[in-house]
Design a protein around this ligand. Sequence first.
Ligand code: BTN
Length: 338
Amino acid sequence: MAKKRATTLPDVTDRRIDSLLTLLAENPTIVISGAKIAKEIGVSRQAVWRWIQTLRDLGVHVKGHPRTGYHIERIPDILLPQLLSHRLYGTPFARRIFHYFKADSTNTIAMRLGAEGESHGALVIAEEQTAGRGRGGRSWISEKSTGITFSILLRPQIPPAYAPMLTLVAGLAARDAAAEDLDAVPDIRWPNDLLVGGKKFCGILTEMHAEPDRVGYAVVGIGMNVNQSKIPAELSDIATSLRIETGKTHSRMDLLFRLLRHLDRYYNQFLTEGAAPIVRRFSEVSSYYEGKRVRITTSTEAFTGTTSGLEPSGVLRVARDDGRGVEVILSGDVGEIA
Ligand code: BTN
């Protein structure tokens, strides 16, 4: 889907793999001849055979062989651009989708796209990340095709001081999308952690390139643990996945689609009505909004206090225990005090 670039951006998933898989996925259980596939995706029959092997190498169970034709018994939950693009029609995310089976970090790629002038709404998806980044220089683990790992490029006409609102907008969208798949009500720990049962299942990393008075472009990256059946031992006390919480697997495609629809809605609401309705919604769904006993760790200090709402720009207010008044937290880690 991406046009050819003069730069060193990694190659996206071949459009023909996308077409082949989309064709098979749209006709599950039907055996499609090699000749028909070749015609539909515009390659030779020998090439179809090679692409089928590639799909098998990627873990897709394609049945059949050149003489009988091919079919898949189970639609693989791969976040294919063509399928996604149809479903996202009417949103800015349908137009430019960059899909990778393996990428270093979708945020890194989206930031580079931003620097190259790629348009608003570009969506970068990876089935697996090898160098996923989290907040505060931490890393983010994204195993192959188990979670949702993507970044969007936005070009909002807002001052940099309002950029934290983008994280809130994304957090609300991810929260609403996940809530439909959960029995328990998810919580948002300001600014960007989605929790269920006190454990994190989704994180957001917002990065931007800004002039003093306006945001040039911003990248919002979201990582959601969806179908992981196990969390690494060192994280299992603090992290979880939708599958662990519900005991069932979830469609990553449906979740991502819902998330992006919600994101489009909240983002437009923010641009047209301002921060107030977003902050109000945050106050309804986050137990961290007000009255939460917290420990704050910033780059310069750590202190305890009680949350007391958000500023209109989306930053957190905390009444300090040490009597030094209400602190405005621009960035930092927020931990609940039991
Ligand atoms: C955090 O909770 O610290 C933020 C985690 C953000 C992870 C996502 S996964 C997609 C995007 N690409 C990255 O390298 N990071 C974000």
